[in-house]
Design a protein around this ligand. Structure first.
Ligand code: CA
Length: 395
């Protein structure tokens, strides 16, 4: 008799499970359909006069401007740069540089020597501050050196008409690489120097070793030489980082960086840091609110149970915006004149999936998805680059 009761119970559980799966499928399918309605057309960023709200993207009958899908069918886009009046350059981690024209046309420029290994591949991208004169672009990529995996930054001259790269120059090589934690964000600061985030390459003790290029923020001149006022007479500007993938300067020209906290079962303790010359950001010695003499705590962190997996970072309208990979959201905080942080917000959670790049151009935000990197679920049209106006976010 007890066996029969058990069988009946099993059948009831099975019925509920099947019904649940069916519902999940229906809801998921509806969501895909909705996202697929966005046309893969590039819209020219406004010149500031019209703002971002009058450009006809609103087709729902209300006045709320919605996120606009600028590009679809990208493959793990990692960084986006805007070339005024020309369009965008996008790195795809497997090794292509993509030129996206205003008419939505894509051109693919394969980059030599890229080894898309684990979290590595073609990652950071920066235009020289005088790009319009010298056409220099900088790329951060994972490659092989003998039997080692390393990361390096190269500079090229980029011909806007022919889409050809020339004058390849090594800016910095031999940045430790690994399947995990390859850093990869590069950006020119207001001081005209190139800042580079590197990961701990899976070896956390390297982050505290000031003689290693791993787990650092590096600072170089545009030709790769070391500026005289670097703190240790080396490329190292700040250390004790785990795997920073986001750099931005605020309105007072303070440098901020995201960093990944511990991984694995516990995860959590992801960080936003205010980066200062020569300082130690604590990995792997301190995390969360822990303190130690000579180490900096993050300005905010995600706590022990929440994982953002923060990537790209941008500053717009008095706020820092950063993309969450595992968090599958865009996060923002207000930055005070004194550098204090307030009003943490989560935007678009689970709406687009994993998010990686953040670009601020002409008063709007651009973000990219990372749903094809093997850690997310791919939606129709992935990966995407999406434009979001400040109005849309705070409506
Ligand atoms: Ca830290």
């Amino acid at each position: 008799m007890p066996t029969k009761t058990f069988q009946s119970l099993l059948i009831v559980i099975l019925i509920f499970a099947v019904a649940g799966l069916g519902l999940y499928y229906l809801v998921g399918k509806d969501r895909l359909k909705r996202e697929n309605n966005n046309p893969p057309v590039v819209e020219v960023p406004s010149n500031g006069e019209n703002g971002g709200s009058d450009d006809g993207q609103d087709n729902n009958g209300d006045d709320t401007p919605e996120p606009f899908i600028v590009a679809t069918d990208l493959n793990i886009p990692w960084e986006v740069a805007y070339i005024e009046e020309e369009g965008f350059l996008i790195t795809e981690r497997p090794g292509n540089l993509v030129r996206l024209n205003m008419d939505g046309n894509k051109r693919f420029i394969p980059i030599e020597e890229v080894n898309p290994f684990g979290e590595g591949g073609l990652m950071g991208l920066a235009l020289h501050p005088n790009f319009s004169d010298n056409n220099y672009i900088y790329l951060y990529l994972t490659t092989e050196s003998g039997i080692r995996v390393v990361n390096k930054v190269e500079r090229y001259r980029y011909d806007l008409n022919s889409n050809e790269l020339s004058d390849k120059t090594l800016i910095i090589g031999d940045i430790p690489g690994s399947r995990n934690h390859d850093g990869g964000r590069i950006a020119f600061g207001p001081d005209g120097f190139l800042y580079i985030t590197t990961g701990d390459a899976g070896n956390s003790s390297l982050s505290q070793d000031r003689n290693s290029l791993a787990g650092k923020i590096l600072r170089l001149r545009d030709d790769g030489s070391v500026p005289e006022d670097n703190p240790f007479g080396s490329p190292v500007w700040a250390y004790g980082l785990r795997n920073s993938q986001g750099l931005a300067w605020d309105g007072q020209e303070r440098l901020w960086a995201t960093d990944h906290g511990r991984s694995g079962i516990s995860s959590g303790f992801d960080e936003l840091n205010l980066i200062e010359r020569g300082k130690n950001y604590g990995w792997p010695e301190i995390q969360g609110d822990e303190e130690r003499e000579g180490m900096e705590r993050p300005v905010i962190h995600s706590g022990a149970t929440t994982t953002w997996a923060p990537a790209g970072l941008g500053y717009l309208g008095g706020r820092l915006f950063f993309a969450g990979l595992r968090g599958s959201a865009l996060y923002s905080v207000a930055v005070g004149e004194d550098g204090g942080i307030s009003d943490f917000k989560t935007h678009y959670e689970d709406e687009f999936g994993r998010l990686r790049a953040v670009l601020v151009a002409d008063g709007d935000l651009y973000i990219s998805t990372s749903n094809r990197d093997g850690r997310g679920s791919e939606n129709d049209g992935d990966d995407k680059m999406i434009r979001i106006t400040l109005e849309a976010i705070f409506e």
